[in-house]
Design a protein. Structure first.
Length: 544
């Protein structure tokens, strides 16, 4: 969207103020400020999609961000922006993880585990990333390096497990890892290991704080050390806190820098701060938002008495604010796809490691072919399920499928995929083909995330007699909703709703992710069939 288009779009949007989510006091929680975005403003959430555990740095005029993707592959996405608002996915730190056969869904799964809370740094011309897979009983930490974030990332070292860690390069070239609840250690110069005797505690949590303090992000500003974390005070919502010291080893003093509800949802907390080229500072902090996952808010960061205070003048997340940098190109981390490129668009991720021989963009140019491989009982064990995030407040996904080559027992279709999933799929049973709207829920063991049970209910089915079908899913993530509804068409013009509204849920004990728009094809009897995906069409809607 160019400058003039954005200008007129926002003017039209401003004419409908009672309907805009950033101006409706009924869903704003404690925010009482009516903020109307103008042509040079954006509305929070900055990214109404599942982008948890962010770390953001600026190198020159570019901002770079990394997020948690757990069991999804490729993992640890590198996102880039000019203005801190419009983000594009430009790379991933790794294509696959191979520490355990569970990444291939053998002997268990890694649902809700895998890569967590990556720390991203730039130091003396190189980019560094540290992440610790949260596998059972705790995967070894990776430290990776790249000359450019868009290029190849190489593994420098494997260290012991560091929970929610921050890599930190000091001015004297000494390198530290800050992790857990105020733990610190110093690394060897080549980052190959921990210096003996360097581990210590920076502070102890206060009596009213429960559990871990999480999400460590360490930076240095005007000669002082600042450690941002979240804490959970007893009987109070999550808050963003900051520890400050003149020496990296302390002593540290502490201040709450953000404790705010926003947009009809509870606490905002966990993220980082970053400076813009003009010297202004901003906070990028996520918020739990139910079925869509953990979304990103952007807010001013004002240095007051040497503390980085987040939020507007009232200490709240602003419903609308000016772009930190004007003129940045518009980008989206969820996109339509016609599969006409030789490489898969970076917006896509696989559920666990893909079986490379079982998918193709070249077997039938212009189509994504998903081939059945392993015989499984449900979508939760299906290899090569491919998905994208969905976005609030509302969005629509439409897929065009050629189902001519499905075999007896094959299931293929579209899903609102999570631990509780809504599905609209084609099932081939002998010579008969049915279109089914179904709901499925998975149970996982605590130790190794083995699938112990799947409860599935078919809500409605209709017979199909043609090889091409169009499936649609409408998702509503407004407060109190989290609803996905399904419909189908035989000609891409006349649509009919099928089944019932499906309630999307966020469950940290199972998949720990927002509900995703997933395309799947799996065999329940014998492998060899395949699904050809012609188009994936995506549209984000403002609330109505």
């Amino acid at each position: 969207m160019n400058f003039l288009s954005r200008f007129f779009f926002l003017i039209i949007l401003g004419c409908c103020l009672p309907m805009t989510p950033w101006n409706d006091s009924r869903i704003m929680g404690q925010q009482k400020v009516n903020a109307t975005p103008s042509y040079n403003q954006f509305a929070n959430p900055m990214l109404w999609a599942d982008v948890p555990d962010p770390d953001v740095i600026r190198v020159g005029d570019w901002f770079y961000m990394v997020s948690t993707t757990m069991h999804l592959m490729p993992g640890a996405p590198i996102m880039r922006s000019r203005d801190l608002v419009n983000w594009e996915i430009v790379n991933y730190i790794f294509d696959k993880l191979t520490d355990s056969p569970k990444y291939d869904m053998n002997g268990g799964t890694v649902y809700g585990r895998g890569q967590w809370a990556t720390s991203l740094k730039y130091y003396k011309g190189h980019f560094y990333a540290l992440f610790a897979p949260n596998d059972e009983p705790g995967g070894n930490t990776y430290i990776c390096k790249a000359d450019t974030p868009l290029g190849r990332w190489t593994v420098l070292s494997r260290l012991k497990h560091f929970h929610d860690a921050s890599l930190f390069f000091d001015d004297d070239d000494r390198v530290y890892v800050i992790y857990g609840t105020g733990h610190i250690c110093e690394l060897k110069t080549d980052l190959s290991g921990v210096k003996e005797g360097s581990e210590s505690y920076l502070f102890k949590r206060e009596a009213d704080e429960t559990g871990l303090l999480e999400g460590s992000r360490m930076l240095k500003h005007n000669g002082k050390y600042y450690l941002l974390m979240i804490s959970w005070p007893h009987g109070k919502p999550r808050r963003q806190v900051c520890y400050r010291a003149d020496d990296i080893r302390g002593p540290y003093e502490k201040k709450t820098i953000l404790q705010s509800e926003f947009g009809g949802f509870s606490y905002v907390g966990q993220g980082t701060i970053v400076d813009a080229p003009d010297g202004q500072w901003y906070g990028v902090i996520f918020q739990d938002r139910g079925g869509v996952g953990r979304i990103l808010t952007l807010m001013p960061c004002t240095w007051k008495d040497g503390w980085p205070i987040l939020g507007d003048s009232l200490g709240h997340v602003p419903t609308a604010m000016s772009y930190p940098v004007m003129g940045g190109p518009e980008h989206h981390i969820v996109q339509s796809d016609d599969f006409n490129k030789r490489k898969l668009n970076l917006v896509w991720q696989w559920n666990h490691n893909p079986i490379d021989a079982a998918w193709s963009l070249s077997d039938r140019p212009g189509y994504l072919r998903l081939k059945t491989s392993n015989v499984v009982e449900s979508i939760f064990a299906a290899p090569n399920t491919i998905s994208q995030r969905m976005e609030g407040p509302q969005c629509t996904v439409t897929v065009t499928l050629d189902i001519s080559h499905l075999h007896d027992g094959d299931h293929a279709g579209l899903s609102a995929f999570n631990g509780d999933s809504g599905l609209l799929f084609i099932v081939r049973e002998g010579k008969k083909t049915q279109l089914v709207m179904s709901e499925a829920s998975v149970l996982l063991s605590d130790k190794d995330k083995t699938i112990t049970d799947v409860k599935s209910t078919n809500i409605e089915s209709v017979p199909l007699k043609q090889g091409r079908v169009y499936l649609r899913m409408d998702a509503d993530f407004l407060p109190g909703r989290d609803i996905a509804s399904f419909s189908y068409s035989l000609d891409n013009r006349n649509w009919k709703k099928i089944g019932r509204d499906f309630k999307m849920k966020f469950d940290y004990r199972r998949m720990f992710m927002g509900t995703r728009a997933a395309i799947f094809c799996y065999a329940t009897k014998k492998s060899g069939g395949y699904l050809d995906v012609d188009k994936f069409e995506y549209q984000k809607h403002e609330s109505q």
